[in-house]
Ligand binder design. Structure first.
Ligand SMILES: Cc1cc2nc3c(=O)[nH]c(=O)nc-3n(C[C@H](O)[C@H](O)[C@H](O)COP(=O)(O)OP(=O)(O)OC[C@H]3O[C@@H](n4cnc5c(N)ncnc54)[C@H](O)[C@@H]3O)c2cc1C
Length: 396
């Protein structure tokens, strides 16, 4: 067994981990970033959509190879195939090359002084009394013990740091997703991200077509009530139903799991913090988590450095990170989760009605978890009684 130490150890070099590591290093402490895979960013489990703001907040520029397609709007299809176009002035998004994005973030962390170790899988945390004081890991040379003042678990939805530190073991709700990267397409509008809702298409979730160019797109389905069948079955049905995909070539099969129940109740303890998917920091309705992972990573890295400087990594001190995160993202996440639960009650016919009375701004607010209360209150003035009844629990 080899023994090393660092002020801060970050587990997982996804967006949350690289931003946490970089920010802590920029604030003057020594940081070790451990990634289980040999190459940061691979494999990719993502539809690769991100706003320009998300890219900028990560400290990157929207240039190839980080991005491959500019996105100008999202088109949401109701079950009856009527659609609403979503855009707002000044908004711009991109389809990323997620491997290049993640790898650029890790590079920036290294440039800030972070020590990155790939092919290093964390297997446990080290506990002394009621404090987490490091992690155990396996790399190509065998076992490794890393002692640290703060551990940041940025190791995704199946976080070993979360499980072994005594936090909630698993999320109350998750959305399993299946995705094909399809090639050989001739998309007319590659600058539009398409989303399809409806119980038949994707119960409790949605199907998406996120173009990477006019020839290539990420086509996927997330299905929350997976008892109805696995998401891959819904994906095959969705792809078969669209003539644009008839001659497509499947370039990649991936997918993954989105924790869609909202941030778990406790995400810091003595000597340890959770960030990104590990903490459930994702917008439940859309499954968008990259921007939140970036922002949470920055905040956690800042607070970890403060804790090291002040010689106090107690849960109470680390709670500052939770306050900073919740001040900005707490309400959008909880409101978005309420919308998910509300929409569970909607049959396809109700969704058609809802889509016909919602404006583009209303849908954007609902999708992003912003101004949700006001948007629903406004809806009551023009929604049919049946829809108001379904919204009732949320309006109270
Ligand atoms: C199918 C699908 C599509 C999605 N599409 C989008 C989208 O279009 N836009 C969007 O914003 N969000 C999307 N998301 C969500 C988004 O991918 C996540 O929210 C985001 O990646 C979270 O970042 P993270 O850094 O917290 O975790 P991750 O990106 O999961 O990174 C975790 C890192 O930790 C590493 N790791 C795990 N365990 C260990 C261990 N024991 N030891 C060492 N390293 C470890 C992993 O290898 C990985 O590199 C999608 C999710 C899925 C599943």
């Amino acid at each position: 067994m080899r023994h090393i130490s660092s002020d801060v150890v970050v587990v997982g070099a996804g967006p949350a981990g690289s931003l946490a590591a970089r920010t802590a290093a920029e604030n003057g402490v020594h940081v070790l970033l451990l990634e289980e895979h040999p190459k940061v960013g691979l494999p990719v489990f993502c539809a690769e959509g991100l706003s320009l703001k998300g890219i900028e907040d990560a400290g990157l520029e929207p240039k190839p190879p980080i991005v491959c397609q500019e996105i100008l709007k999202a088109r949401v299809y109701a079950p009856d195939k009527n659609y609403v176009d979503l855009t707002s002035s000044g908004w711009k998004g991109y389809t990323l090359n997620r491997d290049a994005f993640d790898s650029a973030l890790a590079e920036k962390a290294v440039m800030a002084g972070v020590e990155l170790r790939t092919s290093t899988k964390v297997t446990d945390v080290i506990r002394e009394g009621d404090e987490i004081v490091g992690v155990r890991a396996l790399d190509d040379d065998g076992s490794l013990e890393v002692k640290s003042k703060v551990v940041i678990g940025a190791d995704g939805h199946a976080s070993i740091v979360r499980i072994r530190s005594g936090f909630l073991r698993w999320f109350p709700d998750v959305t399993p997703c299946a995705q094909f990267r399809l090639g050989g397409l001739e998309l007319e509008n590659p600058e539009i991200n398409e989303c399809y809702i409806g119980r038949k298409i994707a119960p409790g979730g949605y199907a998406w077509v996120f173009p990477k160019s006019s020839e290539i797109a990420n086509v996927g389905v997330g299905v929350r009530r997976y008892n109805d069948g696995p998401s891959i079955d819904y994906l095959r049905k969705f792809v078969d139903s669209d003539p644009r995909f008839r001659d497509a070539e499947i370039l990649l099969v991936n997918g993954g799991l989105c924790p869609t129940s909202g941030t778990i109740d406790r995400i810091v303890d003595n000597g340890v913090m959770l960030v990104g998917d590990a903490a459930g920091q994702l917008i439940p309705l859309t499954g968008a988590g990259i921007h939140l992972a970036v922002m949470a990573g920055k905040m956690a890295g800042e607070v970890a450095a403060e804790a090291v400087e002040e010689g106090d990594a107690s849960a109470e001190k680390l709670q500052r990170y939770v306050h900073r995160f919740d001040d900005i993202w707490g309400k959008p996440i909880t409101d978005s989760r309420k919308i998910v639960e509300m929409l569970d009650k909607f049959e396809d016919a109700d969704l058609n009605t809802l889509a016909s009375i919602l404006s583009s701004d209303d849908i954007l607010n609902i999708a992003n978890g912003t101004n949700v209360g006001r948007t629903l209150a406004k809806l009551v003035t023009r929604a049919p009684r049946g829809i108001i009844r379904l919204m009732q629990a949320y309006l109270r």
